[in-house]
Design a protein. Structure first.
Length: 365
């Protein structure tokens, strides 16, 4: 990316510096397309997953809403999907939120039951961002296609961590974000199947085939392209070595914390993601306690303005409010080592043994 700090040309211009920028953008487009087995022309660059999800969901709604005003999604989607759907509900659309089981997985039969002639779009995430649980995307997309309904998958959490093939999945639209596979924040992309047209979310010039107005962010696009190339090379390592690190971390936590419980499917989940409930231990407090020791992870709840709400994902899975507040999530990468896992477990053991009074669960209510 640093080489392109000096690439000042506008990709839409025909002078030399502009052509250099244009070529860099198109090279990145090829790399991103290759990572998901798409053709480059089907890739539209965005600022990330949230913009991509809004682009697809609102785009399909505006394109088909005159005759079809029903959307189907799940109860555990990313806030950008849920917020877009709720916004559309305020503008005359009906949205069905499918439930999930204890492992955070949608039942395909539930999708079959709710589809109708008025359904314009099904939007189901490929992998959950909190638990890592994998949805049966191929089957869900097939059900939608059989009923003549467009299918979108938010694959932000999946791309770069597992093989993703839009042809095999049968998705009409797919969203991804570069920072989830070591690319820069603020760079993402949407895959749009050939033959489909939706209006732009951002109007302006003719950039991105007229689908996303605004001068291209060349530096970030170069970054996501390079990250996509490297991510493709590391998929095997993610599946083998990183999965083993994750499993070692999981087993260590279950040994250290009495009654600790895995959240998410034990097998059908991303190789790098671990979400566990630690009974009696406040998630946020543990995050802060281990942060001072150089261990960075997240809790299962999001505190906003002193009013903490438990994870909507964990609640949808059937966890109680207290259980959700006691959940933590670890996300690993190819840079992590066995020594770091051992150090994390040792730090956890020390915090549990010496600072339990500081991390114990206290109800938020």
């Amino acid at each position: 990316m640093t080489d392109f700090l000096r690439c000042y040309g506008n990709p839409s211009s025909i002078y030399g510096a502009g052509k250099e920028a244009h070529d860099a953008v198109e090279a990145a487009r090829k790399s991103v397309a290759l990572l998901i087995n798409a053709t480059p022309r089907r890739i539209v660059f965005t600022s990330g997953g949230s913009e991509g999800n809004n682009f697809v969901i609102k785009g399909v709604a505006f394109a088909l809403g005159a005759s079809k005003n029903h959307i189907v999604t799940s109860s555990i989607e990313h806030p950008s999907v849920l917020a877009a759907c709720r916004w559309l509900e305020k503008h005359g659309f009906e949205v069905t939120y499918l439930p999930v089981d204890r492992n955070a997985i949608v039942n395909p039969e539930d999708l079959s039951r709710v589809l109708s002639e008025r359904t314009c779009l099904v939007s189901i995430m490929a992998a959950n961002n909190e638990t890592g649980s994998l949805q049966p995307i191929t089957e869900l997309a097939r059900i939608a296609a059989q009923r003549g309904v467009l299918f979108h998958t938010d694959a932000v959490q999946a791309v770069g961590k597992m093989p993703v093939d839009v042809q095999e999945w049968g998705a009409d639209f797919l969203t991804l974000s570069g920072h989830k596979f070591n690319g820069p924040k603020g760079a993402g992309a949407v895959y749009i199947r050939k033959g489909l047209e939706i209006p732009p979310l951002i109007h302006g010039g003719k950039q991105e085939r007229g689908l996303r107005g605004g001068t291209e962010n060349v530096l970030s696009i170069v970054g996501i392209g390079r990250a996509a190339h490297l991510a493709g090379q590391r998929l095997g390592e993610m599946e083998s070595r990183v999965r083993k690190l994750r499993d070692d971390l999981q087993q260590g936590i279950l040994r250290i914390v009495s009654g600790a419980k895995l959240n998410g499917h034990p097998e059908k989940r991303l190789p790098n993601t671990l979400n566990v409930t630690l009974p009696g231990i406040r998630g946020e407090s543990l995050v802060l306690a281990l942060d001072s020791r150089g261990v960075f992870f997240s809790s299962g709840s999001a505190c906003k303005s002193g009013s903490p709400d438990p994870s909507h994902v964990l609640l949808a899975m059937g966890l109680s409010t207290d259980e959700a507040h006691c959940a933590v999530r670890f996300s690993l990468g190819t840079e992590n080592t066995t020594e770091e896992i051992e150090g994390t477990l040792q730090s956890l053991r020390e915090v549990i043994n010496t600072s339990l009074a500081n991390v114990r669960f206290v109800s938020c209510r």
